[in-house]
Design a protein around this ligand. Structure first.
Ligand code: NAP
Length: 307
């Protein structure tokens, strides 16, 4: 039987990606929406998750597409009701809450899938496989985009827990933590906060692997014109470069992979397989690095940001 799924928070990402990916995935069907200000014709609609869970509607799983602040209460309510849960990235507003959700999912024997859509980009797994056989010398991440274009009017993203520039930056961290053969830890963090905002608009991070390989990351939301979502790994055998958010791969100067985006279809395919045996897939490493960036961050005030 198909997994009966409800979407919570019918906003930008739910409409841009989730609806199409669910429709294209075997074994799962959308049966309900829980959203205060949005509904879909022909689909049962509820104001919020509590109203949904209190109803007679039969759902097996929920996909939380709301902002990270407030997602803990939604996920906890769903897990306590025995529903499988899929979390948008970042999985939550704090580390303690996401680890608590993981523990609760295991206790209730239901699936929790903490998604990282960028890990599903076409070049990520091939890069991971390639790097196991190479000696990494240096890693440089540049994730620079125009916040006005990608997040117009999104108040939550600038509020505590919204993560500011780490909302996209965590996508880069999700890729780097997946493809590098060695773990790494933060050694320096510079955060740039607009005078009138509670979240950074830019960040410069320096990490090191246990064997001392430098991993430098620059995140910036002030980039207009062409957008940059690139990761360059210099290895003893030649450069391995992921561009376009991980959908293209160039190895030793030769283009290897250029593929259409299948990220959300891959996520839902994986969720169907997890739910099949109530497995948990919850790797919070990218969020750990973001938390470290705030803990170690030297703060610099920059020009106020107006939408
Ligand atoms: P959004 O459109 O601003 O919000 C999604 C929906 O959540 C809203 O339409 C709203 O629906 C509901 N909501 C509940 N509490 C809210 C609050 N306090 N403030 C605003 N909305 C609230 O956000 P989004 O861009 O879809 O992002 C949602 C999550 O997906 C984030 O974690 C984000 O990082 C992730 N994501 C976004 C993108 C993207 O391109 N936008 C890409 C990948 C991942 P109701 O008002 O109807 O309840």
């Amino acid at each position: 039987m198909s997994i009966r799924l409800a979407i919570v928070g019918l906003g930008k990402i739910a409409r841009d990606q989730h609806l199409g990916a669910i429709a294209a995935t075997a074994g799962i069907e959308l049966v309900a929406i829980a959203s205060r200000n949005a509904a879909l014709d022909g689909i049962a609609s509820f104001n919020d998750i509590d109203e949904l869970l209190a109803s007679n509607m039969e759902v097996d799983a929920v996909s939380l597409c709301t902002p990270p602040q407030g997602r803990f209460a939604q996920a906890r309510a769903a897990l306590l009701a025995g529903k499988h849960v899929m979390l948008e990235k970042p999985p939550g507003a704090t580390l303690s809450e996401v680890y608590a959700l993981e523990a609760l999912a295991r206790e209730k024997d239901v699936s929790l899938f903490s998604t990282w859509h960028s890990r599903e980009a076409a070049a990520v797994e091939p890069a991971r496989a390639l790097l196991t056989g190479r000696t990494v010398r240096n890693v440089a991440v540049e994730w620079k985009e125009d916040v006005r274009h990608w997040h117009p009017g999104q108040a939550w993203i600038w509020q505590p827990g919204g993560l500011g520039v780490f909302d996209p930056g965590i996508n880069a961290l999700s890729i780097v933590t997946r493809i590098l053969p060695e773990a790494f830890h933060l050694v320096r963090s510079d955060l740039f906060f607009p005078d009138n905002r509670a979240a950074p608009i830019a960040a410069a991070l320096s990490f090191e692997t246990a064997s001392g390989v430098p991993v430098e990351a620059e995140f910036d939301w002030r980039q207009t014109g062409p957008q940059t979502w690139d990761i360059r790994i210099d290895t003893a055998e030649g450069p391995v470069v992921l561009t376009h958010g991980g959908s293209r791969l160039t190895v030793d100067g030769e283009p290897r992979i250029v593929e259409e985006d299948q990220e959300y279809r891959n996520l839902y395919r994986h969720f169907v397989s997890l739910v099949g045996d109530s497995r948990v897939d919850a790797d919070f490493t990218p969020l750990v690095h973001v938390a470290d960036a705030f803990m170690l961050g030297r703060r610099t005030a920059v020009e106020a940001f107006e939408d």
